[in-house]
Design a protein. Structure first.
Length: 94
């Protein structure tokens, strides 16, 4: 079997908590969350997940966007414990 390396993510949802940073070279990095609808629970209430994303650029003014990207797993240390967080790196915003 061929070694297939696939890592594609397509999402549509609502932007929340965008935070822009500027690198020393002047490039903008935006970290933000996205609220994703996940259907309804047994009581008929809508369920949502919240996804962490990182975009190398400025976000559009829209509150709802469609995007394509890929997943990475980032590690960080908090309270002397190494933790991991899955993040979507945004490649394209539609």
């Amino acid at each position: 079997m061929a070694n297939l390396q696939k890592n594609f993510v397509n999402l549509s949802g609502y932007i929340y908590n965008p935070q822009e940073f500027t690198t020393k070279s002047g490039k903008t990095i935006t970290k933000f969350g996205m609220k994703i609808w996940c259907g309804k629970d047994k009581d008929g209430q809508s369920k949502y997940d919240f996804i962490n994303l990182k975009y190398f650029g400025k976000l559009p003014e829209a509150k709802e966007i469609d995007l394509a990207g890929h997943l990475i797993v980032e590690s960080y240390v908090k309270d002397n414990v190494t933790r991991k967080m899955t993040t979507v790196i945004v490649d394209k915003i539609a």
